[in-house]
Ligand binder design. Structure first.
Ligand SMILES: Nc1ncnc2c1ncn2[C@@H]1O[C@H](COP(=O)(O)OP(=O)(O)O)[C@@H](O)[C@H]1O
Ligand SMILES: O=P(O)(O)OC[C@H](O)CO
Length: 495
């Protein structure tokens, strides 16, 4: 039988589940995608049904293989990448979740986080995890499930329940419940994992009241995690790579050297800069996070997380109904010479880095009677660039300046107007790669390393290729004025 040479990447995102099949040169051959339901049971709460995620994963795996017209025996390995922080708790005996997944955007534990901060816990937490106390991360969501599902805490103490981020949940299902494991990039977003010592931490588990028996084992990002149930694709395929989606995107963007940075524009926006193997804590409210751990060696990244990027465009479509497709924002923004003084601060679920305020809400200001839907659309796109500027400034203040261009990807990076405006506001080049599916590509890279299909980072670095480079063209005085207007709008939001 010929050697298998393909890699299947599962990219389980916030709004959709995608599977992409790559060939041995890491070229995407076929894509299958399904959007799934978002549940908002109360103001500020966001949940996903894990069964939707599971059925869409299986369906897209089968569809992508069928579309590519290959036999599953040609697949050397599977890589999983996932929306991070979102947490699921399930019964070990049946594999059934005991509650819907609580999503990273969910703010229900805001009060508990405020209390923990007031009690002075944050310094210790940051020192160990590189994170801040915020409802964004998994620990308080997990505690909420244990406290609110009848009998859950006692069952967890007895070792009857398992928990995990979406990677762990999918791995468990794909291996018929045989493997309960995660990787450092996902573990590092829970608030329970000491990123320096690379292990679950007893003091953190006590603080967040999480029983150790519920936690998965943490393994390198590229290794043999388990074998996929042959009933799914007709063949048992090794699952050989896993990473949280933003770290996977950094990997897929080939940002293997300190100073290299990428920014991914999906539902939210996440900018990560490789800082090498020595973790540095931010003085500017950025996060320090494991970027990847290979053969036991951890490389770290500084991260700026913005909760709303594409979600603002989705709101224009689904909430305001002023567009029917996200891509229309490109022509609308181009149609007007400027935003006519309109600023949007899309704090729909609070503000992430560098503000970290879970309680503020969004704002549109500067409206006049002649403001149009095009100005609003432009303001929404501009807000994404302004937020990125805040992150890049914080990164520059924290570490040596990054190496040149910012590499961009994610659904929104298809928008040329946004990429140009981003370069203008950052006063730095913005590079878009040929494969914008860099998240899936990163998972594929890891699985390729895990199976030995690819040999090392040098080889993977050669795969990255440029689609388009956007150079800054804006007059510096105009840039300063526009950024000043943005800062004032943020101040008003924070009032
Ligand atoms: N051409 C575009 N212009 C602006 N926004 C876009 C464009 N295409 C997609 N988006 C936005 O990007 C998001 C989808 O990106 P994607 O990377 O698929 O997100 P996720 O992985 O978070 O589900 C949506 O929120 C959508 O509104
Ligand atoms: O699903 P995405 O692409 O919006 O990414 C979500 C992030 O991982 C949340 O931290």
């Amino acid at each position: 039988m010929p050697q298998p040479t393909h890699i299947l990447a599962i990219d389980q995102g916030t709004t959709s589940t995608r599977c992409i099949l790559f060939d041995s040169a890491a070229r995407p051959l076929a894509v299958a995608q399904r959007e799934f339901a978002q549940h908002y049971p109360e103001l500020g709460w966001v949940e996903h049904d894990p069964e939707d995620i599971w059925s869409d994963t299986v369906a897209t795996m089968r569809e992508v293989v069928a579309t590519a017209g290959i036999d599953a025996s040609a697949i050397a390995g599977i890589g999983i990448t996932n929306q991070r922080e979102t947490v699921v708790v399930w019964d070990r005996a049946t594999g059934r979740p005991i509650h819907r997944a609580i999503v990273w955007q969910d703010r229900r534990t805001s009060e508990l986080c405020g209390q923990l901060k007031a009690d002075g816990a944050e310094a210790m937490v940051t020192q160990k995890t590189g994170l801040l106390i915020d409802p964004y991360f998994s620990a308080t969501k997990l505690a909420w499930i244990l406290d609110n599902v009848p009998g859950a805490r006692a069952a967890a103490e007895r070792g009857e329940l398992a928990c995990g981020t979406i990677d762990t949940f999918l791995l468990s299902r794909l291996t018929r419940g045989r493997v309960h494991a995660t990787d450092p990039t996902n573990a590092g977003r829970t608030l329970l994992f000491d990123i320096m010592a690379q292990q679950w931490d007893e003091e953190l588990l006590r603080l967040f009241r999480v029983p150790p028996a519920i936690l998965p084992e943490v393994r390198d990002n590229a290794c043999l995690f388990g074998e996929c149930d042959p009933d799914i694709l007709g063949h048992a395929i090794p699952i050989a790579g896993m990473a949280g989606d933003q770290q996977a995107a950094l990997f897929g963007q080939g940002c293997f050297r300190p100073g290299m940075a990428k920014s991914t524009y999906g539902t939210g926006c996440f900018a990560l800069m490789n800082i090498g193997t020595t973790p540095v804590l931010s003085s500017n409210r950025l996060l320090t996070t494991p970027a990847y751990r290979l053969a036991g060696v951890t490389t770290y990244a500084l991260e700026g997380s913005i909760f709303v990027a594409g979600a603002a465009v989705k709101w224009l479509r689904d909430g305001l109904k002023i567009i029917t497709r996200a891509s229309e924002t490109h022509d609308m923004a181009t149609r007007v010479p400027d935003s006519h003084g309109v600023y949007m601060v899309p704090a729909f679920v609070g503000l992430g880095a560098p503000y970290w305020n879970p309680d503020v809400r969004g704002l549109i200001c500067g409206l006049t009677l002649d403001a149009t839907d095009a100005h609003l659309a432009r303001a929404a796109l501009e807000s994404v660039a302004f937020q990125t500027k805040d992150l890049v400034d914080a990164m520059r203040a924290d570490s040596a300046p990054g190496q040149g261009a910012l590499r961009v990807d994610g659904g929104m990076a298809a928008n040329d107007w946004l990429c140009q405006f981003l370069a203008d506001i950052l006063a730095a080049p913005v590079e878009r790669p040929s494969t914008v599916e860099t998240t899936a590509l990163g998972a594929a890279f890891l699985a390729g390393l895990g199976t030995g299909l690819w040999t090392g980072l040098d080889q993977l670095e050669q795969v990255w290729s440029l689609n388009r480079r956007f150079e800054s063209k804006m007059d510096p005085a105009l840039r300063t004025t526009m950024i000043g207007g943005w800062r004032k709008a943020v101040e008003r939001t924070l009032l």
